[in-house]
Design a protein around this ligand. Structure first.
Ligand SMILES: Cc1ncc(COP(=O)(O)O)c(C=O)c1O
Length: 371
C-alpha cells in the first residue's frame, strides 16, 4: 500500500460522526471536553490583546515555553509548544517514523494514536492493559518483544477512554524497557492535573527518558485554544519542532497568550477545575447509583466513565449506540472505536453540565434494565 493510499483510508472519528448526526435535544455525553467556562485569566488575556497579531517565533512565545517549563520543573529547551498536544504527537510521529516502522498503542486507547500512525505509513501494534485497564508492564514488554520494528510506544494515563491510571512501578518498568531498546516512549498525560483524589503518577516521577505530553485542553479548561506541549530530551523534540513549524508556522498567538495566562495562574485555575470535576462526579455517582443500582468506579483522572454494555448489545454495539442517540436522545461513544478490547463497552463523558449528566443517565438506564 502506498503512503497516499494509507492516508486515504483514514475515516472521520466515530466520536464526531455520532455527534454530528444527533437529533435536536440530544444530550452530549460523547465529546471529551470540559463543559465549564474558559477560566478568567484566559478571558482577560484574549480581551486585552491589542496591536498587530504577529506570527511570532516558530517555536512559540518564549514566555509560554518558560511558563510550561516552570510548571513542570523542566528547562525551556526541553519544551516543545504545539497546536494542541495532538499537534505535537503528529509532528513526533512524522519526524521519527519511517514507512514500515511500528507504533505500540494501548487497546483500548485514544483513537488518534492509530490514525496518526497511519498518516506516517507506520504499522499499529496494540498492547493489552490489565483487567482494570491500568498499564500492565508484562503485557507491554510482551508486545515490545514481539515487535522488532517498533520505533515509538505510546502510553496514556489517566487514560482515555477508561479513566484508568498507572502505578509508578509499571511506569518505571515500561520506561526501562523502551530505553533498553532505543524506542521513543511517549507518555500522554493530558488528563494528569484533572483528578478527584490523589494526583496520578507521571512518567517524570520515575524517569527522565521519553517524551511527556501536556495540554491546556483538559485541566486548564481551554480545548479551543489548541495549545499543548511535549517535554523531553531536545534530541527527540528538535525534528518534530521543525516539522510542526512547517505545518502551522507557530501556534496561534492569541491562543498562546491565553495559555500563558492560564499557566501563570495554575495555582488557582487547576484547583477550580478539580472542583468542577468533583461536582460533576458527585452528580454522576448519585444519578448512576440511583438508576443503575450500584456506584460507578471513580477514574484516576479525566471525565470518562467506561460502561459495560448490556449483554444484548454485544452483537451490534454500533446499532445499540445509535438507538441510544436516536431513541433515548443521548450521544455516547461505542467502545470499539478505541480498539478491539473496547468491543463490550461504551464511553460516557461527564464533563458537561450537571443537568445533562442527571438527565442523560436517567434516559440511558432503561436500556440496561430491559436488556
Ligand atoms: C488521551 C488524549 N490525548 C491527547 C488529546 C488531544 O488533546 P489536545 O487538545 O491537547 O490536542 C486528547 C483529546 O481528547 C486525549 O483524549
Amino acid at each position: 500500500m502506498t503512503p497516499a493510499a494509507r492516508t486515504q483510508s483514514l475515516r472521520p472519528s466515530p466520536i464526531r460522526a455520532l455527534s454530528e448526526g444527533a437529533p435536536a435535544g440530544a444530550i452530549a455525553m460523547g465529546l471529551g471536553e470540559p463543559g465549564w467556562a474558559l477560566p478568567e485569566p484566559a478571558r482577560l488575556a484574549l480581551a486585552e490583546h491589542h496591536g498587530p497579531c504577529a506570527y511570532g517565533p516558530n517555536a512559540g512565545l518564549p514566555e509560554l515555553r518558560d511558563a510550561v517549563a516552570d510548571f513542570h520543573s523542566e528547562t525551556s529547551d526541553r519544551v516543545m509548544l504545539a497546536s494542541g498536544s495532538q499537534g505535537a504527537l503528529f509532528a513526533l510521529f512524522q519526524a521519527w517514523l519511517n514507512p514500515g516502522d511500528a507504533v505500540l498503542v494501548p487497546d483500548p486507547g485514544f483513537l488518534a494514536y492509530p490514525a496518526l500512525a497511519l498518516t506516517a505509513s507506520a504499522d499499529v501494534v496494540t498492547y493489552a492493559l490489565a483487567s482494570d485497564f491500568t498499564l500492565d508492564p508484562e503485557a507491554f514488554r510482551h508486545a515490545l518483544d514481539h515487535t522488532p520494528k517498533a520505533r515509538i510506544a505510546v502510553i496514556n494515563h489517566p487514560a482515555n477512554p477508561t479513566g484508568a491510571g498507572s502505578s509508578l512501578r509499571a511506569l518505571a518498568a515500561v520506561a526501562e524497557a523502551c530505553e533498553a531498546r532505543g524506542i521513543l516512549l511517549i507518555s500522554d498525560e493530558v488528563y494528569r492535573e484533572l483528578y478527584l483524589g490523589e494526583r496520578p503518577a507521571g512518567l517524570r516521577d520515575v524517569s527522565t527518558t521519553g517524551v511527556v505530553l501536556g495540554s491546556v485542553s483538559k485541566a486548564w479548561g481551554a480545548p479551543g485554544l489548541r495549545v499543548g506541549w511535549a517535554l523531553g530530551d531536545p534530541h527527540w523534540l528538535a525534528p518534530a519542532r521543525l516539522l510542526h513549524a512547517y505545518m502551522v508556522t507557530a501556534p496561534a498567538r492569541p491562543s498562546q497568550l491565553g495559555a500563558l495566562a492560564l499557566l501563570r495562574e495554575s495555582s488557582t485555575v487547576l484547583p477550580a477545575a478539580r472542583a468542577e470535576l468533583s461536582l460533576r462526579w458527585d452528580v454522576f455517582g448519585e444519578a448512576f447509583t440511583a438508576h443503575f443500582g450500584h456506584p460507578p468506579e471513580a477514574p484516576a483522572g479525566g471525565f470518562y466513565h467506561w460502561l459495560a454494555l448490556p449483554p444484548t448489545a454485544h452483537a451490534d454495539p454500533m446499532a445499540f449506540c445509535l438507538r441510544l442517540r436516536d431513541e433515548a436522545g443521548v450521544v455516547v461513544v461505542p467502545g470499539f472505536a478505541f480498539g478491539a478490547a473496547g468491543q463490550g463497552y461504551l464511553r460516557l463523558s461527564f464533563g458537561g453540565s450537571v443537568a445533562d449528566i442527571r438527565e442523560g443517565l436517567r434516559r440511558l438506564a432503561p436500556y440496561w434494565r430491559s436488556a
